[in-house]
Design a protein around this ligand. Structure first.
Ligand code: FMN
Length: 219
């Protein structure tokens, strides 16, 4: 599965099978994490076979079942956009490996996560991971024209980027972002909303994948 197929087939999954992640797949994920941590300022950790974070009443209330694996993203405050941008790379890589995921900011027990934080870092968010009971379902999206501003006719490359951006997971599916095209420059704005800056990082990664290379630069 290429990364575009992964993007189209990814949906949040909250119920997981009791099936361990193979060591070979865990190895691929760890390698990607090492490279991301090297370049991003994030401190992402892969946590396997840990049932407590998703055993709380909050997690059940949030419809989580059987989740014992997750990525924990530790970082200093102010790294929200990077967490979204690089975390989504791991989400799509996991999807390519046949695994399912769900970004989780609230509906888990933070205190149970055995994350290692360097001074100044804290656990910002986790991403549930594993073999889903199902593949999830596509989210409803706001119409494209409410999510972007384009003067004149929309170029084809920008439309492709927008289509990819609309597939991005966002907190409570809020899609609180605007992508504004001016010449070959795209401005990405987070609107008001919980975790909107993290969402923006996810959206920007999807947009870049949708466009491909060379058509634009970020403002
Ligand atoms: C930053 C962020 C935080 C999220 N937090 C939670 C959460 O606490 N609990 C939950 O069940 N889903 C959470 N989600 C998943 C969203 O509800 C989901 O991505 C959105 O409804 C779109 O659906 P999709 O991922 O299936 O496309 C979060 C998503 C993002 C991007």
């Amino acid at each position: 599965m290429d990364v575009m197929e992964a993007m189209r087939s990814r949906h949040s999954v909250r119920a997981y099978l009791d099936r361990p992640i193979e060591e070979a797949k865990a190895g691929v994920l760890r390698e990607a994490i090492t490279e991301i941590n090297r370049i991003s300022g994030l401190h992402i950790q892969l946590i396997l076979n840990e049932p407590l974070a998703f055993s709380s009443r909050l997690a059940h209330y949030g419809s989580f079942r059987g989740c014992t694996n997750y990525f924990a993203i530790a970082a200093p405050d102010g790294f929200d956009e990077a967490a979204g941008y690089y975390g989504e790379q791991l989400v799509l890589l996991a999807q390519q490996l046949g695994l399912n995921t769900c970004w989780v900011a609230l509906t888990y027990d933070k205190r149970k996560v055995p994350v290692i934080c360097a001074p100044g870092e804290k656990l910002q968010i986790v991403i549930a991971l594993g073999y889903g009971e199902t593949q999830g379902t596509p989210h409803k999206s706001k119409p494209m024209d409410t999510l972007c501003r384009v003067r004149g006719e929309m170029p084809d490359w920008f439309r492709k980027g927008m289509e990819a951006a609309m597939l991005a997971p966002t907190a409570i599916n809020q899609q609180a972002f605007r992508l504004i095209l001016d010449g070959n420059t795209v401005t990405a704005k987070a609107l008001l909303g919980p975790f909107a800056k993290m969402d923006l990082g996810i959206v920007k990664y999807h947009f870049e994948l949708g466009v491909g290379t060379d058509h634009f630069s970020w403002a």
